[in-house]
Design a protein around this ligand. Sequence first.
Ligand code: ZN
Length: 248
Amino acid sequence: MSDVSVSEARTLLDSARRIVVLTGAGISAESGVPTFRGSGGLWKSYRAEDLATPEAFRRDPRLVWEWYGWRRELVRGCAPNAAHVALARFAERSPDMVIATQNVDGLHRQAGTREDVLIELHGSLFRVRCTSCSWRSPHTDTIDATSLATLPRCAPCGALARPDIVWFGESLEPANIGRAFDAAGVADVCLVIGTSGVVQPAASIASVTRAAGGSIIEVNPVDTPLTDIATVAIRTTAVDGVPALLGT
Ligand code: ZN
């Protein structure tokens, strides 16, 4: 991490009135949250791409819930790290700040990030929604996937509930992505942490800020497709870089 890049980035943040933050798997990897991608992410020989789809849930909701129950327990053993905490504290003293995350692990929330600051673009492991009506709810109980009858149900209508996660082949919630793009369009700074910048449309958030004349600060140990348009790139991990940058 270069002192020059950190001080340049701090200068940008100090003069920014509006800030949008985009976080990805890199920030949570340091809390021990697995990515569930690639050969290391297999569960009972299934790949994430085989289970995190509406088709898989229609075919075998019990199997998909069993997998989410397992993921939920793994994540429950992880704690927010210094980067999550620094962001939550920074948001407390920045009146106009939005944190849009691609992560579903709930660690920003657990670190104390306020509800009105946070946009969970891909949903959350700790929320459910109804497969029939519009009901959504936090849900943190252990999942009992022994039979269809024991799976989470909708409180008002009794239909099967599903994880409140955006699956492969599904669109992001228009309200969420709209809020994120609105924030990006007026932001003086877009701070991009631990994301490769290839997952769309979340990756476009930084480009929107740039196109509107704002600056991009990237915190990532490696170059990403966003590095080319970044005003300042801080080459380190989230845990090293974010607290140093935010001074928390
Ligand atoms: Zn319902």
